[in-house]
Ligand binder design. Sequence first.
Ligand SMILES: [Mn+2]
Length: 437
Amino acid sequence: MANNRINRISSEYMQALAACMRTLKDPRVQGFVSITRCEVTNDLRYARVFISVLGDETAARDAMRGLKSASGYLRREVAQKVGLRAAPEPVFHLDDSIRHGASILSVIHDIENAPPPPPVTVRYTAEEAAALLKEHDNFLIITHRRPDGDTLGSAAALCLALRALDKTAYLFRNPEVTPKYKWVVEGLEAESGFEPETVLSVDVADLSLFPADAKVYGSRIDLSIDHHDSSRAFSRALWSNPHAAATGEMILHIIDLLEVPLDENIADALYTAISTDTGCFKFSSVTADTFTAAARCAEAGADVAGLNLDLFIIKSPNRIKLEGAVQANMQFFEAGRIALVKIDRTMIESMQITIDDLDGIAAISRNIEGVEIGITITEQDDGCKISVRTSSRINAAEICEKFGGGGHRAAAGCNLNGEINAVGEQLVAAAREVLLK
Ligand SMILES: [Mn+2]
């Protein structure tokens, strides 16, 4: 869409919104707030509205809350004013430049001591995300806790692509990277003391999934790139695509927009991301785009056969023993429609099971004829980790959301404190509720 058309719509929108804001009865907003800038997104779905607030940090936060709660009302009023059926949804931002100026004049010490307010998230298109990457430099890329092939492969590929553009880019040093994936992050991790200007997260659906040491960046994520449909906003900008089978597919898209040619290293990282998140192209999330992305990796020199062997075929002797124990101890409920696997600490210790040995173990229970919900509970130092896998009729995320977790329709997870048998009963009860409703 032509830029001048967007500019015209933005300025009309800003005028109409300012008029509507003056009619708000909310004392948090009245008389203290003015709009400094307004940008309607290319798809006309959202409007980034930058505001300045007269007063201190508390007044600013209150005003933001007031505006957020009024955004539905404002959207309808603006639509009526400009004669549109649906106006862009306003997403409010504090105009930092003005707030900073005001702070110098007023309450510097208060602001320095206050925790930074969580940012208001704006949804970005792929093109807007690419533009952000082009404009910025000195990147730190954050991966999620218990990192899998998708978060690590996606982060590595993005890091390599940014470096190909002569930018400085590093991965956050995730302490939980397992031996299986060490090669993916080699040479890319930030040394301590690196001060990033721009912080990105990939494949991270929620702030709670940040590694503990990365929490300091929690309120300053500039862009989050993710494909989970349960994605919870925590970043300034979010580019999400729940139709992507892996975040790696999205990373390939953005690398294309950045016009960085794929090399063997990027291709290996992306193939790792895409193949691991799709169970080697077997999950229902796989689309034609997934195969196209994999084909692009193969074309660019990814070691497809070697990676498949390492990632999916070769198993450690301990893993084979674990699979035997899992199969022998599985419990069934609701006439075999729910299967429960419990892997307790004694089992893990006596069989010398590593985190890599546990990778993908959750698929075993779901892959039994008649099972619609497979629940796998792994007892860990900090509580129980639960993985739920479901047949197409059942939404796994719905079960895990009952316990504060989330994920995809076919695969989701959550964490629960408590004794493993009691946790098992809770999960089976929740699964039964979803199964029988
Ligand atoms: Mn993923």
